[in-house]
Design a protein around this ligand. Sequence first.
Ligand code: PRX
Length: 646
Amino acid sequence: MSEKIYPVPAEWAKRAWVDDAKYKSMYAASVADPAGFWAEHGKRIDWIKPFTKVKDVSYAPGAVSIKWFEDGVTNVALNCVDRHLARRADQVAIIWEGDDPNESKSVTYRELHAEVCRFANVLKAHGVKKGDRVTIYLPMILEAAYAMLACARIGAIHSIVFGGFSPDSLASRIEDASSAVVITADEGLRGGRKVPLKANVDAAADKVDCLKTVIVVRRTGGAVTMQAGRDVYYDEAVKSVPADCPVEPMNAEDPLFLLYTSGSTGKPKGVVHTTGGYLVYAAMTHQYVFDYHDGDIYWCTADVGWVTGHSYIVYGPLANGATTLMFEGIPTYPSISRFWDVVDKHKVNIFYTAPTAIRSLMGAGEDPVKKTSRASLRLLGSVGEPINPEAWEWYYRVVGDNRCPIVDTWWQTETGGILITPLPGATALKPGSATRPFFGIRPEVVDADGKVLEGACEGNLVIADSWPGQMRTVYGDHQRFMETYFSTYPNKYFTGDGCRRDADGFYWITGRVDDVINVSGHRMGTAEVESALVAHPKVSEAAVVGYPHDIKGQGIYAYVTLMTGIEPSEELRKELVTWVRKEIGPIASPDLIQFAPGLPKTRSGKIMRRILRKIAEDEFGNLGDTSTLADPGVVNDLIDHRQNKR
Ligand code: PRX
């Protein structure tokens, strides 16, 4: 672990919203009197009816209930669009940069308002009402933002499914949300390649009963099959709707969106975020963490299919009246300088990306970066996985020219916004550390028994009290919500992450401690990949673990036991990779598959993953206690045939 310290540059301490002294006093106030603190900051958004209650939270076992601003009435689209019309109608709200560098577009707040109203009216014309779930399966085009805000405007709950998910994954999410409407595009475009989104929706539609309407945005103009009575082109539907659409008054605790995310067990769960608290928290963190000031050009490279895209491309920035850049493409197309070309083209000041992108660009050396100017950059951000100090230093030195602080922001789909992070005018930086908690956040490090550790320590990361952006429940399964997050350590939110706290009180996230792996910043449940593998007719059993991967952070390592009589082969290995891609999506592709005649199990039949992890990490010298194994002999065979010899 690096202990190098980068102090706050003097000009940052001066110009930023908060310096260190202000951070300390605001933080102390926020945890001493959360209701008082958030009563004040809750006013940063406009309320149709102001709240009188601030915080009503119980983490009590079996009775977890989280409410913020519960009697307030507002609307997210009102806050992200309408309220800016008085002062910023002609300011650019969204800069869209296409996959093709010759395609880009700027949309002002006035134009955004018109687009969102029309999209909302198209949804209404297709029967969408307050509380209905609308699934969005779109590429990174402007219509994705319009569709999100259109749902928010009329009180519909959106559920975005990342365009890289397979028809099966899409179908299970449509079904779980019982969504009657899907919004998609004919095809997506990434790195010059077409993604058959509409065809995927067609395949998903065959597997669900609830789907009634598919709204298709034309992106490439590619040929698609339109099913009469079900499918409509957006550009045709929009012709016949009125331009104006009033906002639906929403209670602060009405759901804004569902977002499916992977856990240690079972199928992905629908994380529910609500209206008031989520928006206050997303907006406030966006302003302070990125030190956003009027006129700044801000770019988060995430996809709106992930929570980062929700909170830090759309809702946080737009609530703040910011100019936010939305990028359709990938970092390596048409050249490996693309990110930096886009920075120069649009004079981006704040740039927020994932460590995996940095690591993959590092491999191509400094020239593709250094040949661009990047003079507009002032602040860099990182999210999604631990950033190793080497990648941090490269990001700082090569991309930021030793000039731009890096905010390493730790958070989760469940947390709605950033919880642990530096503030650029306040926090000295240590490469690899997410540093200190944001206002109102009370992290604690606990040991396996739940004992709270003090001072410098290492253990599991829990959060002792609620914050407004916290998820409220798992869609349709509050029991699962309570069991997943509040039962391991009663009265605390368990993050699933391990962490270390150093003598300065800085936090270092060490990665997941559950059966979730983080592949290129994307969360994947090992159980999901396992069920995909065992669904293959030639597979009898599978166990999946993560292993360190130079670029992806973690790679997917699958141990597969074949049905009797089936012989392992290279061909079968490829077949299984293709199979998993088809079942879940390319992000779940196993990197390494080991055919194993037997898996290490206890006498009661439980697979000992600890051993499988060690072998996958090529660390089998230290397997720990193997005496409880039913057949200790399988371990030697696993070691002999390991796939990750380093
Ligand atoms: O393990 C942590 C890791 O990503 C997990 C959350 O994944 P997801 O819900 O997909 O959200 C990702 C984007 C917010 C966490 O439990 N993680 C996220 N950010 C960091 C991180 N690990 C270390 N450092 C980070 N900055």
